[in-house]
Design a protein around this ligand. Structure first.
Ligand SMILES: C[S@@+](CC[C@H](N)C(=O)[O-])C[C@H]1O[C@@H](n2cnc3c(N)ncnc32)[C@H](O)[C@@H]1O
Length: 280
C-alpha cells in the first residue's frame, strides 16, 4: 500500500460508519447517476474495471454485474473503513468478481495500462493533488480504454450539500475555502474539469450535466443524514457544543425550506457533471 495523505484520510475514516448507515438514502438519490456512468463506461464481459474512491462501492458494483465471472472489478478507497463497508456490501450482493483494497487515488501502485476502464464518482475533487489522480487514471487505463468521472456542479445548484457550509460561512464559523482546496465543488467549473482530464492525457468524449434529486421525510431526517455523512458537521459538532450546533442546523435548514412540501418532506434538486474520457 502507498503512503496515504494522513489528515485527509483520517477525516474520511471518521465518517465511514455514518456513510454505511446512510448508504440506502445516498443510493436512492444517486443511483440514476451511477447507472448513467456505467452506461457511458460500457463495461464488457471479461474486462478489468477499476473504481477509485469507491466509498461503499455501489457504483462499481453496477459495473461488476456486467463484467461476468471472467471479468474483475477492482474496488478501492483510501479509507480502510470505507473498504470494509464495501466488502460487506459486495457480500450482500453475492458478487464474486470483485477485489477490494485500500488504495490512494493519486498513487494506485497498479501497473500502467492494466485496466480496460475506470470509474470515480465524487472522488477526484477530494484528492489533495487532484491532477495527480487524473494522471493516475490516464496511466492505468490501457490505450483505447475509458474513464468515467462524476463531480458536483456549483454549490448554488446543490443546496442539499451546500446548506451547512453556507450557514457555517454566514455564521463566521469557517473561512471561505480557497478555489483549489479539496472539497465537493472544487471541480464544478466545466472548464476546470475539462482541463484536468485533458492535461492528464485523456480525450473528453462526453461532458454532461446530470440531475440528482435528494429526498427526506423531514428536515430532521436531512439533519441526521448530514450529521452522519458530512465531515464539516462532524468537525463543527466537536467544536460548537449543543447550542451552537442547534444554531448551525437552524441556519442551514433555512436554505432548504424552499424545497419543503406541505407535509414537511423535502425534495431537493441537485446537479452533477459527468465526463466520459478516452485514452487514445
Ligand atoms: C464523497 S465520498 C464518495 C464515495 C463514493 N464514490 C460515492 O460516490 O458514494 C469520497 C470518497 O473518497 C475517498 N477518498 C478521499 N480521499 C481519497 C484518496 N486520496 N484516495 C482514494 N480515496 C479517497 C473517501 O474515503 C470517500 O470514500
Amino acid at each position: 500500500m502507498n503512503e496515504l495523505p494522513g489528515d485527509q484520510i483520517e477525516s474520511w475514516r471518521s465518517v465511514a460508519e455514518g456513510w454505511a448507515r446512510q448508504r440506502e438514502a445516498l443510493w436512492r438519490a444517486t443511483r440514476a447517476l451511477s447507472e448513467r456512468m456505467v452506461e457511458l463506461l460500457d463495461p464488457r464481459p471479461g474486462e478489468r474495471v477499476l473504481e477509485l474512491a469507491a466509498g461503499s462501492g455501489d457504483t462499481g458494483f453496477l459495473a461488476a454485474a456486467r463484467l461476468g465471472p471472467e471479468g474483475r472489478l477492482l474496488s478501492t478507497d483510501a479509507a480502510p473503513e470505507m473498504v470494509a463497508a464495501a466488502v460487506r456490501r459486495a457480500e450482500e450482493l453475492g458478487l464474486t468478481n470483485v477485489e477490494l483494497s485500500v488504495v490512494d487515488a493519486a498513487a494506485t501502485g497498479l501497473p500502467g495500462a492494466s485496466v480496460d476502464g475506470a470509474l470515480c464518482r465524487f472522488g477526484v475533487m477530494l484528492v489533495p493533488d487532484c491532477d495527480a489522480a487524473a494522471r493516475e487514471l490516464a496511466r492505468v487505463v490501457r490505450p483505447g480504454g475509458r474513464v468515467v468521472l462524476a463531480v458536483w456542479a456549483e454549490a448554488r445548484g446543490n443546496p442539499w450539500l451546500s446548506a451547512v457550509g453556507r450557514a457555517a460561512l454566514e455564521l463566521g464559523l469557517i473561512e471561505r475555502p480557497t478555489p483549489d482546496e479539496p472539497g465537493p465543488f472544487r471541480l464544478a467549473d466545466p472548464g476546470r474539469l475539462r482541463r484536468l482530464v485533458e492535461e492528464a492525457g485523456l480525450r473528453v468524449d462526453v461532458l454532461e450535466d446530470a440531475e440528482v434529486t435528494w429526498r427526506a421525510a423531514s428536515l430532521d431526517e436531512w439533519w441526521a443524514i448530514a450529521q452522519d455523512t458530512s465531515q464539516l458537521v462532524r468537525t463543527l459538532a466537536a467544536r460548537l457544543g449543543e447550542a451552537g450546533l442547534a444554531t448551525l442546523r437552524e441556519h442551514a435548514a433555512g436554505g432548504l425550506r424552499a424545497h419543503a412540501r406541505p407535509d414537511g418532506s423535502l425534495v431537493v434538486p441537485g446537479k452533477a457533471r459527468v465526463v466520459l474520457a478516452g485514452r487514445g
